[in-house]
Write a protein that binds this ligand. Structure first.
Ligand SMILES: Cc1ncc(COP(=O)(O)O)c(C=O)c1O
Length: 437
């Protein structure tokens, strides 16, 4: 085992364990699958089973974001105090009115299938929300409710990407985009963004990454992991390139409400009828309403694409959990003050973390204007991101995510969806660590 940061994964299946061990070496050994813990493994059987793994599945790597949070949880379970700055979900409970709506639905017997694209009333509520918040006109038939924004992205890719198609992914990127593109037989084409451009891809960089096989670009604003927010002008410039070359845009807007200062969220599909016809809008309930565990997200797309997405959902997931969908209706139609309160609180934390990181030795940052992350450059420490995170966790008990998980090995992701007290202690320790390097 190469690393002290051995994650004992819960996989008791020897095939997966072997697979993960192989994959983990590629990541410097941050995870060591516990195939040594699997009792009575018949080795020849194990190797035969490996032969049955599809090339698609064999190419997958475990999620490093989950690896770090799992390792931190494991340390906590052993009684160690860990300062978790790695999380990707709001540290709030789902608002009570939303919970009550789901409980009521359950009590009313909402325990059967819904149409696979979702309850008509929920799709109507989403259409109303997209009009109200995003100036987007979609009919309920253009909307597909999925079990989270993640499957919404995957179904959208399944509906549009054929083997050989290239998908431009600006780096750093949200961890799952490349794997999802590969699972569809597509080829991710990485377009590195620069901190001096606020970690945002420019229209020229987009054009440079294009080849005759380019089918799509994935744009995520506000952005995970950098917190970047694209302005209308920047989106228009990128949109113009997409329009000139007939490139689809997958617009992941899951963090739309977590936006600070002067920044404004703009939806790509709202910019022109041409861009509307080229864009698949992805959104969901996880971040804005603290509903990560409910597993609810959606896509909104031009008719033909929406129909293909619906067909894929018909034959794979069927519908998102029925009573959860009733909670989602309440989320969209009920009191929205939760979102404003969350934004306000997160903005205070953001400013605190910004002040602290700005003064920290060997750390360079770009001010994030959205989501709940910082993506500081730590290259001045001389450590790669994985090494940095391992040492920080093992020696200083602070969990952050290595930038390599997002395609950039010179940075780390710090999340501020935790209390100011935890942030303060975590940052004190981070500062101490950086000073001593
Ligand atoms: C950019 C981005 N898109 C999509 C998702 C998935 O959200 P969900 O929990 O709704 O599947 C996440 C979750 O972290 C995310 O950061």
């Amino acid at each position: 085992m190469k690393s002290s940061l051995a994650i004992h994964l819960l996989y008791e299946d020897c095939i997966l364990a072997k697979l993960l061990t192989l994959q983990c070496h590629a990541f410097g050994g941050i995870i060591s699958a516990a195939h040594d813990r699997v009792p009575n493994v018949n080795i020849s059987h194990q190797f035969r089973a490996m032969d049955f793994i599809s090339s698609n599945a064999a190419s997958l790597s475990p999620s490093l974001t989950l690896a770090v949070t799992n390792r931190a949880k494991e340390m906590k379970a052993k009684g160690e105090q860990v300062f978790g700055l790695a999380g990707g979900e709001p540290d709030k409970d789902t608002p009570e009115n939303i919970k009550q709506a789901a409980i009521q639905a359950l009590q009313n017997g909402a325990t059967k299938y819904t149409p696979s694209a979702g309850l008509p009333a929920l799709r109507q509520a989403i259409a109303d929300k997209l009009k109200r918040d995003n100036n987007l006109t979609y009919t309920p038939e253009q909307i597909c409710v999925c079990s989270g924004a993640k499957p919404a992205v995957y179904s959208a890719l399944r509906a549009t990407i054929s083997p050989g198609d290239e998908v431009i992914i600006p780096t750093p990127y949200w961890v799952s985009y490349p794997s999802m593109v590969e699972l569809c037989g597509g080829t991710p084409v990485y377009a590195p963004t620069k901190p001096e451009n606020g970690w945002k891809i420019t229209a020229d960089e987009f054009a440079d990454a294009m080849t005759p096989r380019t089918k799509m670009i994935i744009l995520n604003t506000p952005h995970n992991p950098t917190g970047a927010v694209y302005s209308e002008e920047e989106l228009r410039a990128i949109g113009q390139v997409a329009e000139d070359e007939d490139i689809l845009i997958l617009a992941d807007e899951i963090y739309e409400h977590l936006i600070y200062g002067e920044a404004k969220h703009v939806s790509m599909a709202a910019l022109s009828p041409e861009l509307y016809n080229l864009t698949i809008t992805i959104n969901g309930f996880s971040k804005s309403y603290a509903m990560t565990g409910w597993r609810l997200g959606y896509s909104a797309a031009p008719d033909a694409i929406a129909q293909a997405i619906r067909l894929i959902q018909d034959h794979t997931a069927s519908n998102a959990t029925t009573f959860a969908q009733y909670g989602a209706i309440e989320a969209l139609k009920g009191d929205q003050s939760f979102i404003g309160d969350l934004r306000e609180e997160y903005d205070l934390r953001r400013q605190y973390v910004y002040d602290r990181l700005s003064q920290m030795p060997k750390v360079k940052i770009v001010e994030p204007m959205g989501a709940f992350y910082f993506f500081p450059d730590i290259s001045a420490t001389g450590l790669d991101s994985l090494n940095f995170c391992e040492r920080l966790l093992e020696r200083y008990k602070v969990a952050v995510v290595p930038g390599i998980a997002f395609g950039n090995d010179q940075a780390i992701r710090i999340s501020y969806c935790t209390s100011l007290d935890v942030l303060k202690e975590g940052l004190d320790r981070l500062e101490d660590f950086c000073r001593k390097l």
